[in-house]
Design a protein around this ligand. Structure first.
Ligand SMILES: [Zn+2]
Length: 278
């Protein structure tokens, strides 16, 4: 059973589902809401169905309900699989993450070839712009507060000069950076090519505001899904390591931030943070 079927089974077993003609009313698992499921049209009024246009847990719940009513045996509820945490390795990874991330990011950016600059004011080298942009997203803090992190980076020799906080925002707005960020994602995924064989297409949401969470928009009230505050990104990832091998955003002009998130994420333990989640 897939996870939607599993949840559907739980709803069918534990919730009160009512029926009027072809319309079934199914309670939400996470809130007090109720969704209308039309079995004739194979449609549900929940956000999952609206978003993904595939059989949601509510449709599955009704299938299981009908199965039970016609005397058929329901599949056994699969227990959630858990894995023991390797605490020593986990602690090592977490306590060294930031330092290691910066070293790896620096190495990755250093591989970017500098384009010839023919006019305009002298600016930060492209490799350093990419470093600052990716580090800024990783830091999850505001542009002004991020400047002390950049001063540290300067001391450690990762950058040659601390840019103004407005410049860092401008790098994130600069469409010319998109192809480089995409190339960085591919490059950062390459070391795992030897262990990763199976890939899946997935999608995720990224907040453009700092305090909004994708989960809130995805599972909360539909009013939270505000197209302006969200970037949806389609990504290809390895099923064993969760490595992101390529990304495509459906909002072309806003693809950069998601690309930054994904290239940073390739180095990290997959902990949720306010700006990159999913
Ligand atoms: Zn549904």
């Amino acid at each position: 059973m897939n996870s939607r079927e599993n949840k559907g089974l739980a709803i069918a077993s534990n919730s009160e589902i009512t029926r009027e003609g072809n319309i079934w009313t199914v309670p939400s698992q996470s809130s007090s809401k109720r969704y209308a499921v039309d079995l004739f049209l194979n449609k549900c009024s929940c956000p999952d169905f609206a978003e993904n246009a595939q059989r949601c847990k509510h449709l599955h719940a009704i299938e299981f309900l009908l199965q039970r009513e016609s005397g058929l045996e329901l599949p056994a509820d699969e227990p959630r699989r858990t894995y023991p945490q390797k605490w020593h390795e986990y602690n090592l990874a977490q306590t060294n993450e930031k330092a290691r991330f910066l070293e790896l990011l620096h190495g990755l950016c250093a591989g970017v070839e500098e384009p010839v600059q023919t006019f305009g004011r002298p600016r930060l080298p492209l490799s350093e712009m990419l470093f600052c942009a990716a580090f800024k997203v990783y830091s999850t803090i505001s542009g002004r507060r991020f400047i002390s992190d950049l001063r540290d980076a300067l001391t450690k020799g990762f950058i040659s000069k601390v840019p103004h906080f407005n410049s860092v925002s401008n790098y994130l707005e600069d469409e010319a950076l998109t192809p480089y960020l995409k190339a960085m994602i591919e490059e950062s995924a390459r070391p795992l090519a030897a262990v990763e064989w199976d890939f899946a297409v997935d999608s995720s949401g990224f907040a453009t505001g700092q305090y909004q969470r994708w989960v809130t928009a995805k599972y909360g009230a539909a009013k939270f899904i505000d197209k302006e505050s969200w970037i949806k990104v389609h990504l290809m990832c390895g099923v064993k390591t969760n490595i992101v091998t390529s990304v495509e955003s459906d909002a072309r002009a806003r693809g950069r931030q998601s690309a930054v998130c994904a290239s940073g994420g390739n180095y990290l333990a997959q902990l949720p943070d306010p700006e990159c989640s999913g």
